[in-house]
Design a protein around this ligand. Structure first.
Ligand SMILES: *Cc1c(COP(=O)(O)O)cnc(C)c1O
Length: 475
């Protein structure tokens, strides 16, 4: 430990930035990086050494080593300064639609379409037949309706229209604002939910200018409760999919059909905020099949909203399907302009929907991940665990449960396998943080005092990268 005077003396020995910039090493950096950035990075690197010297964290020798390594310290700093803040990560959480990790990875076809459209111009709002102005929101309308028709017959989409906005939250808000501003919207008390990220149904309703009319109780709401609440001010019956929780036990709610029946009797449109956008049958994946956009749309609520990047496995967007006149009213709302989706979204959405139309949904990563059989995952875990054990890790293959996530299937999970890791002397929190510091960062979860890597959400081709990065941690 140095005395304060010795530490101050070290600080005096630090080279000046100007001196460094005139050196041969600096000229190498300056060939690659703009001068302003090198200056900034140099200041930061010198500042860090000064700080550590002042705190007494350096000896004469380690101070020398730091100063001699200044150029490489600055190069590290430059790389950190220019590294994108949005980075690819390896998702080893086993949560397929992890909202914090960007939800659905896109299919190769969707990626190719984005690339093609991003590179040049496109007919986003240009009618190639007439040469006049076109409408972006009619670009994928036909395909959305075709997918619904292919899955549940022509009756499902008779007299239906569709439009696309930025996300399902925007779709729901826009629908409420367009159809119920100044009027009452009936919602069951069991559905006054927070979807996540601060999206709370009562607040969204208030912001939309509609008046919330609560119906029933938290656990039980009957069709008669809705019927009794309908009055001259009622504009809409809203049904919200309980995306991230379940009510079990003494609970009851009317089916969508019953609500639509009431809507038909009373002339009040039923709007379902469906959320998941699920097109496949979850039963086929061994999950309870409670949520399905296609099935709900086939019941023909007046309007239904869904997310593009949940179980549909496409880009972030919100899809509204409903009676022509309602969709027209939504399109005519000036706010629709504020919520419009961009051309890359349309490109990716079209490719994603086309996969469903062609019966090729296996090409959509979220669907493929749900389909992965646990046994195959175990084999991959075995390979990784063995390599890690050989390098001194404690690594055990354990049975886990993967969840779909993204507020889609509360309570449902898929059998999976993971590698449970420990590295001598390191706490599980420290190891988890180390994994986040890798390049690309690896996001894992902690269970039973170990770091668990669930391979369901890791692409096969990332196994080798994952393994090699982990082995480097050991050295
Ligand atoms: C997820 C979800 C939303 C919000 O969708 P985003 O696309 O994330 O905006 C709205 N409603 C329901 C029922 C949902 O599940």
């Amino acid at each position: 430990m140095l005395t304060e005077t010795e530490a101050a003396e070290l600080c005096r020995q630090l080279p000046q930035l100007g001196q460094f910039l005139a050196s041969e090493e600096a000229s190498e950096l300056l060939r690659e990086w703009p001068r302003e950035l090198v200056v900034e990075a140099g200041r930061a690197a010198l500042g860090r050494i000064r700080e550590r010297a002042r705190m007494g964290a350096l000896t004469q020798d380690s101070f020398r080593a730091e100063v001699n390594g200044l150029a490489s310290g600055i190069a590290d700093e430059l790389r950190a300064m220019t590294r994108p803040s949005l980075r690819r990560v390896i998702n080893a959480t086993g949560v397929i639609l992890q909202t914090n990790l960007g939800r659905a990875p896109l299919s190769e076809a969707a990626i190719r379409r984005i690339e093609e459209i991003a590179r040049g111009y496109c007919n986003l709002e240009f009618d190639l037949e007439t040469g006049g102005r076109g409408r972006r929101d009619s670009l994928v309308e036909e395909l959305i309706l075709r997918v619904l028709e292919l899955r549940s017959g022509p009756e499902a989409v008779r007299d239906r229209a569709a439009t696309v906005v930025n996300n399902c939250a925007a779709a729901t808000f826009l629908a409420l604002n367009s159809l119920a501003e100044g009027g009452e919207v009936l919602v069951s008390r069991g559905e006054l939910v927070e979807i996540g990220g601060g999206f709370r149904i009562p607040e969204i309703l208030r912001k939309s200018g509609a008046i919330l009319r609560e119906v029933g109780t938290t656990n039980r709401t009957r069709i008669s409760d809705y019927a009794a609440a309908i009055g001259p001010q009622t504009r809409l019956i809203l049904r919200v999919h309980r995306s991230n929780f379940k009510i079990e036990g003494f609970a009851e709610q009317p089916s969508l059909q019953e609500l639509i029946g009431l809507g038909a009797e009373t002339g009040i449109p039923v709007f379902e905020d469906q959320g998941t956008g699920c097109i496949v049958q979850l039963e086929d994946f061994g999950m309870r099949d409670e949520v399905n956009w296609v099935r709900d749309a086939a019941c023909r609520p007046a309007l239904i909203s869904a997310s593009g990047d949940k179980l549909m496995g496409g880009p972030q967007c919100g899809i509204l399907v409903g009676e022509g006149k309602l969709v027209e009213a939504i399109r005519a709302n000036p706010l629709a302009r504020a919520f419009r989706a961009d051309k890359l979204t349309y490109a990716a959405l079209e490719a994603t929907l086309l996969a469903y139309a062609m019966g090729e949904e296996e090409t959509i990563p979220a669907i493929a991940m749900m389909r992965r059989v646990a046994e195959g995952l175990r084999v991959r875990c075995d390979v990784i665990a063995e390599r890690l054990r050989a390098a001194g890790f404690e690594a055990e293959v354990i049975a886990t449960r993967s969840v779909v996530g993204g507020g889609t299937t509360p309570g449902a999970s898929l059998p999976s396998f993971g590698v449970a890791l420990r590295l001598d002397g390191m706490s599980e929190d420290a190891l988890e943080a180390k994994l986040r510091g890798l390049d690309p960062p690896v996001i894992a979860r902690i269970a039973q005092e170990r770091v668990v890597l669930d391979l369901r959400t890791v692409a096969d081709e990332d196994d080798a990268t994952l393994c090699e990065m982990l082995l480097k941690l050991r050295n």
